[in-house]
Design a binder for this molecule. Structure first.
Ligand code: SF4
Length: 343
């Protein structure tokens, strides 16, 4: 066992996180898998409520496989990266039909499921089955990049190859589940993105970045790009009952599979044409305040335009008690509309 693995395992006894909602004895592989998918790009503190709610709605793999995609997306709404939810759902159906509803515990079977890469498959089988498999999620990349002073950004395949090499080298043959949880916990709580707590770190004695006092230089940062600004109009078609028109977005692209207000380019000609296309008798009644919604690669300025749509029936939903999965800007607009309409 490497020194890093030994020191981490010693530290884990006292300091590791052992009471997260997806941790149990014995481990429940469905819970572990779900948490690993939710934790991709998202922090533990955000994931906890979503996880508890998801498990309440879909307590096991069979319940998930038999659920409607809309119900799954509604439980995911707000977590972002919706392809993760669609892939979870697709995977559960494959597990039901191909593996008789029993979660596979074989690495290649897991890798064959949609949305599961090498690191997630390793994490699930390590945490749930104590299999000796390496992982390389964001936290582990950072710890190893500092410990071994790996230069270069993660977008380089050379860097990723080097990090996988170190991840494999440190993965112990025994106590693998504790080691995996330990290195993830170290990255999340000690070797943090900013200001790592090196004085509390169990592996500081051999950490190359710490020894050179260069912790802040690793991992190599990406050159910051200024995010482009885009804009769009969101049309709030309201019929006489005050119901709102929502359309399901295509699975590909942003907010894939969620239910959204009609979106179009923010210019008067396109807005007018879109309104007439939807309902020849519809007219604009007012605009609500514009707001900015941030994506990882650009900012979107959203201008909500309220339109009265006489006779609108198909695709119109009562806002109160709506249980469809909605993108954050649509949800925000419907809330604003509700508060404007309150006496
Ligand atoms: S010593 Fe500091 S930089 Fe090195 S692994 Fe520990 S917390 Fe991270």
């Amino acid at each position: 066992m490497t020194e890093l693995a030994e020191e981490l395992l010693g530290w884990f006894q006292e300091n590791g996180r052992k009471n997260l909602p997806w941790q149990s004895e014995p481990p429940n592989i469905y819970h572990v898998w779900l948490s690993e998918i939710m934790l991709q790009q998202t922090q533990v503190s955000t994931v906890i409520d979503y996880f508890n709610n998801f498990i309440a709605n879909f307590p096991d793999i069979v319940a998930l496989a038999n659920a409607d995609e809309d119900a799954v997306l509604a439980s995911w709404a707000g977590l972002g990266y919706y392809s993760r939810a669609r892939n979870l759902h697709k995977s559960s159906k494959i597990i039901l039909t191909t593996h008789n509803g029993v979660f596979p515990t074989n690495y290649s079977d897991l890798l064959a499921l949609p949305g599961i890469g090498k690191s997630t498959a390793g994490a699930v089988l390590s945490l749930a089955c104590n299999q000796s498999l390496p992982i390389l999620d964001g936290n582990v990349k950072r710890v190893l990049a500092r410990y071994h002073k790996v230069s270069g950004h993660y977008s380089s395949s050379r860097v990723i190859k080097e990090l996988w090499g170190f991840a494999k080298q440190h993965t112990p043959k025994v106590q693998n589940s504790s080691y995996t949880q330990a290195i993830m916990d170290l990255g999340a709580t000690v070797c943090t993105v900013r200001k790592p707590s090196c004085t509390k770190c169990p592996i500081s004695r051999h950490c190359e970045a710490k020894l050179c006092n260069e912790q802040e230089r690793y991992p190599t940062k990406k050159i910051k790009m200024i995010k482009p600004e885009k804009s769009a109009a969101f049309l709030v078609f309201l019929n006489e009952r005050g119901d709102v028109y929502l359309e399901k977005r295509p699975n590909k692209g942003i907010w894939g599979g969620l239910w959204s207000l009609v979106e179009c380019n923010d210019n008067d000609i396109e807005i007018g044409a879109m309104i007439k296309k939807h309902n020849i008798g519809a007219t604009i009644t007012r605009s609500l305040s514009s707001f900015r919604h941030s994506f990882s690669h650009y900012n979107l300025w959203v201008r909500p335009v309220v339109v009265s749509s006489p006779g609108g029936v198909n695709g119109y939903y009562q806002v109160k008690g709506l249980s469809l999965g909605l993108p954050v800007p649509t949800k925000k607009i419907l809330l604003a509309l509700d508060s404007v309409n309150k006496p």
